[in-house]
Design a binder for this molecule. Structure first.
Ligand code: KG4
Ligand code: ZN
Length: 336
């Protein structure tokens, strides 16, 4: 069969990214322009600023991706692009760009779901990984427990009822004065803290044992900080961070691996920005080994937003015959 060379574009949030992926699994280039520094002064992503920066950067990022892969547009088989979920203005930049390239180069356009991309990041470094498996997707906007039935075929088993896991990391980080983006900062400082210092709650959701809820945990952290202030006591950033992080990880591990067992799966994967958390990776590694579950995880750079994962997901869509028309639109609330 002929090689499929996919040019992939991702602009759903604050990363302007392009990548060239061969046959869904081999990354020839993976260029990411991160806007984090730009949004830090506002304490979070400002949608309008993100869109404008995407417009400024997108052509340069794509050129770099082609250059690094040592190919030109003439070598590309198809162009894949994230069309949702995400920030509408940010998504539109990638979608418009992908349409223009598809039209100009006369190659097919393939719209990709952002979460399908996160999950498919696992295919890149694990040549042996094939569906079915269960995947925990934990990012800034999503916390889903997904049964991957086949390539691009998903069934959601559990989801968060309120905050996404990454959102909780970001909010708690802000509350203890670590700033944005919170996940990596909590990850780092937790290494110096005691994860058992403060008994934060592990929330269960009554109606679905595979659902998550993190807003109660976030409130518990805020209450703890307030109590310290009222008593005129200082608190340990590292202990709060480590105890909070442990509470999140305990719940993610417990619910995920319970689902793997109950639904009779043998393989388990993690994905999304939170999956780059070092303690979370260690915890899943340990628990999966104990329970004899094959464990897969992308390297940290492929956990957070990137276009290589969109190239991987896009390849399997392309293989199934999925082609998007020039009426492809950004869908901020796109369902998996
Ligand atoms: O997947 P992603 O890059 O973007 C979304 O699709 O949302 O995820 C970003 C989220 C942010 O909330 C960030 O704080 C969190 O992932 N994150 C982390 C770590 N690195 C990023 N959370 C915990 N530990 C980390 N090391
Ligand atoms: Zn993402």
């Amino acid at each position: 069969e002929k090689d499929v060379l996919m040019l992939a574009i991702e602009t759903s949030c604050d990363e302007t990214a392009a990548s060239v992926v061969k046959n869904g699994r081999k990354v020839l280039s993976n260029v990411i322009f991160t806007q984090i520094a730009l949004h830090t002064q506002y304490g979070g992503v400002v949608p309008e600023i993100a869109s404008r920066k995407h417009i400024e950067k997108i052509n340069q990022v794509i050129e770099e991706a082609l250059d690094q892969a040592d190919v030109t547009l003439a070598d590309i088989t198809a162009v894949a692009v994230t069309y949702g979920p995400g920030l509408v203005g940010a998504l539109l930049v990638g979608v418009a760009e992908a349409k223009a390239i598809s039209f100009a180069a006369g190659i097919p356009l393939v719209g990709v779901h952002h979460i399908s991309g996160h999950i498919s990041a696992n295919y890149i470094e694990h040549e042996d990984l094939e569906p079915p498996f269960i995947c925990l997707v934990a990012s800034g906007g999503h916390s889903h427990l997904v049964a991957v039935k086949d390539y691009g075929e998903y069934e959601i088993i559990g989801r968060t009822r309120d905050d996404a896991a990454g959102e909780a990391f970001d909010k708690v980080a802000r509350a203890i004065g670590l700033g944005y983006p919170g996940g990596p900062k909590i990850d780092k400082i937790s290494a110096q803290g005691n994860p058992d210092a403060i008994p934060f709650p592990r929330a269960k959701v009554a109606e679905n044992e595979y659902d998550f809820s993190f807003s109660g945990l976030k409130s518990a952290v805020l209450n703890y900080l307030n109590a310290c202030r009222m008593k005129g006591e200082s608190f340990s950033q590292a202990d709060v961070a480590a105890s909070f992080q442990k509470a999140v990880i305990d719940v993610l591990v417990e619910h995920s691996l319970h689902a793997v067992r109950e639904f009779g799966y043998e393989k388990f994967a993690i994905a999304g920005g939170v999956a780059s958390n070092s303690s979370l990776r260690a915890a899943f590694e340990r628990e999966c080994e104990k329970r004899k579950i094959a464990f897969y995880r992308p390297s940290p750079l492929l956990c957070t937003d990137n276009a290589a994962m969109i190239g991987a997901a896009g390849y399997y869509e392309y293989r199934k015959g999925v082609r998007s028309g020039y009426d492809l639109n950004a869908v901020p609330g796109l369902k998996l």
